[in-house]
Design a protein around this ligand. Structure first.
Ligand code: MGD
Ligand code: MGD
Ligand code: SF4
Ligand code: FES
Ligand code: MO
Length: 907
């Protein structure tokens, strides 16, 4: 927006035209008081403290209700204004419980100090609030509401509605007796999901967070460290408050992307695990079947000896490594360098293979990059959004806040999911296909788009390989997917298919978020091809607010592949077979070219399968817990037992450390420096807030030391910034980034040079394929290889819930999160439940041809008849005992979403 000149107290300042006057004045150093205004909210104009005089207007006006206009002349401070403000504040204070315990920031108190109203003798109005009875609501697991401290500024209500799009809070009663209610009255019973936006925006401490309330004292907080959330791939920026060497609070950082201060419940309250007494603090070595404490020297010597022996005896390809999407780029870069130069193999992979591998495979082939094409803000401003196979509100809660804000302004949302998700409440249309029928559904939509000529011919001609000829091949293939045929295969009514196709194709701009429901299938790559076909024929990519954005899962799942943790690709997505690149990398790494293998390595599940068949002998796992997260766990278990040597480097004992020969205690994210890359390719800083517990060490330092002990030392990096500099030398997409450049803001790759600002939208000129054009991949629907049978009549789907994270090692060690929910269950359709004669809360045994588990029943029509859903976070009910390791042939991903099972009611 244009900058215009205005005058404030006689000084000329540049302000943004049309922007909020109070905010602009504050940005220019005029500290006008005001309590009800917050830059993220629409103005309320309730407290009147921000009064100013505007030339040409009579009297005093609340500056928070004015927009900046060229030539404005404003008085922000004079005696009359200050006296009026003091008077208003005095009145406000009289109705206020002014006790302060030092545990929260209090803007009202700051103003009292500023206007001398902390001294009772300076006050004109007598306190009235102590005489009114107020009920404190402490029923929420995360916060307490004290109406005696509430100034009715509406900030919490607007935080909940306008910022997070949740609409949980409202006002009750009038005047002095009025107070905020959540839902129908009791906070703990309301739909409040604990994101704490209201806490962050409350100016008085009427809403304060519960954790550490007894210990925290803001005056004793020794450090405020800005870093990145360790849970999901949104990459929210957080500020950790450290007192007595411990994290005592996490706030959202205002004013920077991706989150502008917003957090979800995990980002705000999920840090407790860092100080869990169960953290690993000493290396452990297995002796006589037991893991016993050892020194670092003993543990590292043993590892170096064993891995060297195995390499000597069986060759480099008998060794493999699992990198970690929980670790930093610097950790992962050093890890892949270790696997490639010290082990001498490309057998390196990680959880991305269980996650978006198929999405990335399809996107690389079709458009040349596997990363999201847009920037997070586009989720608010696009005209139409398809969310398919992605429970975005629970799994990418802050991206979802953008979506909900967009919905409030009229964005059309199409949800495609066999199971109800909370986004359905905001959706224009919900398509509920049977599990595993997405190719048919999307082919049906493409056919409808072609039949109505909603096709972008000029885009196809100029930007798609083969132009109209390629389009005609697709047209021919989809011809048979009439709405009626598609309805038959998917179960989605024909009219809904037509409506969804029209809404998407005729929108001016449209994006697609695709998640695990699409990717974790034996047809995963084809699912995403069919999605890309639809995007390309409508030309909805390569411009702002148009594209494909798979919300990436782990905090650093994007970064770990960017920096080379891939069996077929070097840092920056350069194939292992690229001789030129290997030569360049060998030189940077200072190793002989011949040491770098040109054979693509094995993928995650293939590594386990090879271990099972005795081909992989030694495995180094950094920060993964395959004994819960891998498919077909009974098989994984046997495979791990067959290994000659297994090293697990983690922050906790896990189901996987039970099989390790050596366990190494690593640092958590709060104990290290480095970077993560989030879902919109934003490279973000991670900063050390606290020390490692006991003898635990930073991940990269452990690997670095091991390299030296295996006779192949790496350079002596003085810090993580130096590792990043080396990484930038071999990774063209981030060549222009350094730690120094990331101090204030993240930078979105590609960023090829130090002057380059980063890239918010991909493919605006060309696709990243060798030809620069995108490619259509017409694909047919095929029946799932695993289907319901008389013996196993149900199909089990698995996924996530808001409060827990993966294998639970971190999230389940936070009381604040487990207070919300902490037990496994299976969702069964009411009709199936009545056929089985089972009620909510009763226990069942679920069995597939591979394994079995027991869990509790939750009856809901969120799933289709014949389909079941389980969250897979719980070790008490290990969903992956039931899943299979049959892989998508193109991406080698496992089909976590489809397992044929039977259900037996336990008496
Ligand atoms: N709270 C929380 N957040 C997380 C995580 C977590 O563990 N907890 N994990 C992070 C990680 S690593 C990832 S990868 C992301 C994943 O985030 P999501 O992609 O949301 O993953 P899921 O919850 O596994 O599955 C998403 C949806 O796919 C649907 N689905 C299943 N089968 C099909 C199908 O055949 N077709 C279609 N169209 N949909 C189907 C499921 O019903 C489910 O609603 O979340 C990240 N964020
Ligand atoms: N049934 C079913 N199974 C699934 C899925 C599904 O939808 N359904 N989803 C799949 C997907 S998408 C994913 S991404 C995978 C995730 O699978 P995993 O990556 O195996 O799961 P996490 O629990 O995230 O494991 C991370 C491990 O790293 C440790 N850790 C955390 N921080 C650090 C650190 O800084 N350093 C080190 N060394 N360790 C650390 C944690 O304690 C934990 O043990 O699961 C897959 N499995
Ligand atoms: S949305 Fe993701 S990154 Fe943001 S606070 Fe929640 S878990 Fe952390
Ligand atoms: S800040 Fe303007 S009226 Fe409250
Ligand atoms: Mo994932």
């Amino acid at each position: 927006m244009a900058k215009v000149k205005i005058h404030i107290d006689g000084k000329e300042v540049l302000a943004t035209e049309g922007a909020n006057l109070l905010h602009q004045a504050r940005l220019n150093g005029f500290n006008i008081p005001g309590l009800c205004y917050h830059h993220k909210l629409t103005p309320t104009g309730a407290c009147r403290l921000c009064l100013v005089k505007v030339e040409g207007q009579r009297g005093m006006v609340a500056s928070c209700t004015l927009a900046v206009k060229e030539g404005m002349n404003i008085v922000a401070f004079d005696q009359e204004l200050e006296e009026t403000r003091r008077f208003l504040l005095d009145y406000l204070v009289s109705e206020q419980n002014t006790q302060y315990d030092g545990t929260y920031p209090d803007e009202l108190r700051e103003l009292m100090l500023r206007y001398g109203l902390d001294k009772p003798e300076n006050r004109f109005f007598k306190p009235v609030k102590p005489h009114v009875e107020f009920r404190v609501d402490s029923s929420s697991p995360v916060l307490t509401y004290d109406p005696s401290k509430c100034i009715k500024c509406f900030r919490c209500i607007k935080a909940c509605d306008e910022v997070q799009g949740k609409n949980v809070l409202s006002f009750y009663e009038r005047g002095l007796n009025s107070f905020i209610v959540a839902g129908t009255g009791v906070w703990g019973d309301s739909e409040c999901d604990g994101c704490g936006e209201c806490i962050q925006l409350c100016p008085t401490g009427a809403i304060v967070e519960k954790p550490n309330r007894e210990t925290i004292n803001l005056e004793k907080v020794e450090k405020r460290v800005r870093t990145t959330c360790p849970y999901c791939g949104v990459g929210c920026q957080i500020e950790l408050l450290v007192q007595d060497g411990k994290i005592v609070r996490s706030n959202g950082v205002e004013g920077v992307l991706p989150n502008d201060g917003r957090l979800c419940v995990k980002g705000r309250f999920g840090y407790e695990f860092v100080h869990s007494p169960e953290r690993l603090t000493k290396p452990l070595i297995r002796k006589n079947g037991e893991l016993v404490e050892a020194t670092w020297d003993e543990a590292l010597t043993l590892i170096a000896t064993k891995f060297s022996e195995l390499k000597e005896k069986y060759g480099p390809d008998s060794l493999a490594g699992y990198a970690s999407a929980k670790c930093t780029n610097e950790d992962n870069y050093i890890f892949q360098k270790f696997i490639r130069t010290v082990f001498g193999t490309n057998n390196i992979d990680y959880c991305t293979r269980l996650c978006h591998a198929s999405t990335v495979t399809a996107m690389l082939k079709s458009i040349g990059d596997g990363a999201g094409s847009n920037s997070i803000e586009d989720f608010e401003t696009t005209d139409c959004l398809i969310v398919t196979g992605n429970n975005i509100i629970e799994t990418h809660p802050i991206t979802a806040t953008y979506v909900k804000r967009g919905a409030a302004k009229g964005m059309k949302i199409i949800v495609i999911d066999p199971k109800w998700t909370p986004l359905v409440a905001y959706a224009t249309i919900w398509l509920q296909p049977r599990l595993g029928t997405d190719v048919a559904l999307l082919n049906g939509m493409v056919r409808e788009i072609i039949a109505n000529n909603w096709v972008d011919h000029s885009f196809i001609e100029s930007r798609v390989e083969g132009g109209m000829q390629a389009f005609l091949e697709l047209k021919e293939l989809v011809e048979k997917y009439t709405p009626e045929v598609t309805e038959k295969i998917t179960g989605v009514p024909a009219q809904k298919i037509k409506d969804a196709a029209r809404i998407y194709a005729t929108a001016k701009t449209a994006m697609v978020a695709t998640g695990m429901g699409m990717s974790q299938q034996v047809t995963g790559t084809h699912n995403v091809f069919s999605l890309l076909n639809m995007i390309l024929v409508t030309g909805k990519i390569g411009k702002e607010r148009c594209g494909i954005d798979p919300p990436r899962g782990q905090n650093n799942v994007q970064g770990a592949t960017d920096v080379g943790c891939h069996p077929a690709m070097y840092p920056g997505y350069i194939p292992v077979s690229d001789v030129e690149n290997r030569r360049k990398v060998a030189q940077v790494w200072g190793v002989p070219f011949e040491r770098l293998s040109d054979r693509p390595g094995l993928t995650t599940v293939e590594i386990i399968q090879a271990a099972y068949h005795g081909k992989i002998k030694g495995l180094y796992i950094m920060g993964e817990n395959p004994m819960i997260s891998d498919p077909n766990l009974n098989h994984t278990e046997e495979a791990l037992q067959k290994l000659d040597f297994l090293v697990v480097q983690d922050i906790f004992h896990t189901e996987t450390t039970r099989f390790a020969h050596v366990v190494l205690p690593a640092s958590s994210w709060a104990e290290k420096n480095g970077t993560f890359v989030n879902s919109d390719r934003r490279v973000l800083r991670v900063r050390k807030a606290v020390d490692c517990p006991g003898d635990a060490r930073e991940d990269w330092r452990i690997i670095h030391e091991l390299a030296a002990r295996m006779g192949k030392p790496m350079p002596n990096y003085r810090n993580e910034a130096e590792i990043f500099d080396e990484l930038a030398m071999v990774t063209p997409i981030i060549a222009g980034i350094s730690h120094a450049r990331l101090e204030e803001h993240g930078i979105q790759w590609p960023c090829p040079t130090p002057e380059h600002p980063g890239t918010s939208t991909l493919y605006t000129d060309r696709f990243n394929t060798p030809t620069g054009k995108a490619k259509l991949f017409p694909v047919e629907h095929v029946d799932q290889t695993e289907r319901a049978t008389p013996e196993y009549p149900f199909i089990l789907n698995s996924g996530r819930i808001l409060y827990h994270y993966h294998t639970g090692t971190m999230s389940r060690r936070n009381k604040t999160l487990t207070n919300f929910t902490n037990h496994p269950y299976v969702i069964i359709h009411p009709n199936d439940a009545s056929k089985l004669g089972v009620k909510t809360g009763e226990r069942v045994r679920i069995t597939s041809s591979r394994g079995t588990l027991e869990t509790q029943v939750h009856i809901a029509d969120e799933v289709l008849e014949g389909e079941l859903f389980m969250p897979w976070h719980y070790t008490e009910a290990q969903v992956n005992r039931l899943t299979r390791d049959e892989l998508d042939p193109y991406s080698r991903i496992a089909p976590f979403k489809i397992s044929a099972v039977k259900v037996e009611v336990l008496s």
